[in-house]
Each structure stands twice: as structure tokens, then as C-alpha cells.
Design a protein around this ligand. Structure first.
Ligand SMILES: [Zn+2]
Length: 69
């Protein structure tokens, strides 16, 4: 059994990801856009932080992308 963890947007606190810790650890360092407020969140060590990288070519993930895995 994996323990699920909810990760919240740094800006609005909406839940962006709800995944087992094992899965979250694989996503470390990726950027996610909050569906709620549109802010970009950088996943670092099981928490979301404000992303300083505004490169439009950057890979940005959302829950929709993740369903493809
Ligand atoms: Zn948000």
C-alpha cells in the first residue's frame, strides 16, 4: 500500500496532485500549472514552490498529461 499525498498550489492552495509518494518522487523537478489559478508550480521534495522558469518551451505537466503515463 502506498500512502497518497496531496500537493497544493503555492498560490491558491488548490490540490494539483494527489498521488502516492513513490509517483511524486518520480516527478520531482517538473513544473505543473494549477488548473484553478493558472500559476506555475515547481515540484521540489514533495512540495510545490513558485517556479522561476518562464521558458515557454519548458515541459509543463498537469493531471491531464499524467493520465497518459
Ligand atoms: Zn493555484
Amino acid at each position: 500500500m502506498y500512502s497518497f499525498k496531496s500537493l497544493h498550489c503555492y498560490n491558491c492552495r488548490a490540490v494539483i496532485l494527489n498521488l502516492p509518494e513513490l509517483e511524486i518522487s518520480k516527478l520531482n523537478g517538473l513544473n505543473f500549472v494549477c488548473d484553478c489559478c493558472g500559476h506555475q508550480n515547481l515540484l521540489t521534495e514533495f512540495k510545490f514552490y513558485k517556479s522561476n522558469n518562464n521558458d515557454p518551451q519548458l515541459n509543463i505537466f498537469s493531471m491531464e498529461n499524467l493520465t497518459a503515463f
